[in-house]
Design a protein around this ligand. Structure first.
Ligand code: GDP
Length: 200
């Protein structure tokens, strides 16, 4: 598992605070409660790598994790702040959109986005906004439809087809799969896809 030794490096409040090196990055994006932290932890096989502040309405940070390689770091995982609490003040919502939008559209290091959606509620407004930024930035994207243990086989397949259809219509280069950090479904498949995006 190329992600097993991921370690936290730093938090940044904006794109301008992120390191200016040439290290390839993969960014995790998802609505609050979509299962993003659990997915990151499952992929890296670590219990508490992503411990995002869950305080609604608080300004959140971009968290960076490094993947150690043979001679220095091999890549970076970026945990973008989640969004979607109902009672978020307008100011925080705008700050979030500016920070995440700029990161996805402009970050030179970014090799791909891992977009996390709860398979029971895919393509929320948040997800559509992310897909629009991904489209603008001409980014590659891998979608994880999380909590697949909550759906039966047929419903999971339907969720996957719905998302794939939408993405095809947008003309983005995206792959998607079912994923469960609880049952382990799709964890290996996700590691393989992410390693390819990062050219590990
Ligand atoms: P985040 O806010 O997107 O980082 O979401 P978390 O990873 O903290 O998960 C939000 C909630 O969903 C928690 O109660 C998790 O236990 C639950 N959850 C996360 N992944 C799964 C999964 O694969 N299956 C099930 N059934 N629940 C999950």
């Amino acid at each position: 598992n190329p992600f097993a030794h991921a370690q936290f490096v730093m938090s940044c409040a904006s794109l301008d605070q992120c390191p200016t090196d040439a290290l390839s990055e993969l960014a995790f994006a998802g609505r609050s409660n979509s299962g993003k932290s659990s997915a990151l932890n499952a992929i890296c096989n670590q219990k508490a790598l992503a411990r995002v502040s869950k305080t609604p309405g608080r300004t959140q940070l971009i968290n960076l994790f490094e993947l150690p390689g043979q001679a220095g770091p091999a890549g970076r995982m970026v945990d973008l702040p989640g969004y979607g609490y109902a009672q978020v003040p307008e100011k925080i919502r705008k700050d979030w959109a500016r920070m995440v939008g700029r990161f996805v559209e402009q970050r030179p290091n970014l090799q791909g986005i891992v977009l996390i959606m709860d398979c029971r509620h895919p393509l929320t407004d948040f997800d559509q906004q992310m897909l629009a930024w991904i489209q603008l930035g001409e980014r590659r994207c891998h979608v994880l439809l999380t909590k697949s243990d909550k759906l039966g086989f047929g419903a999971g397949k339907t969720a996957l087809l719905t998302v794939q259809k939408k993405i095809r219509e947008m003309g983005i280069e995206v792959q998607s799969q079912l994923f469960s950090s609880h049952s382990g479904q799709g964890v290996e498949e996700a590691r393989d896809a992410l390693a390819r995006l990062l050219a590990l």
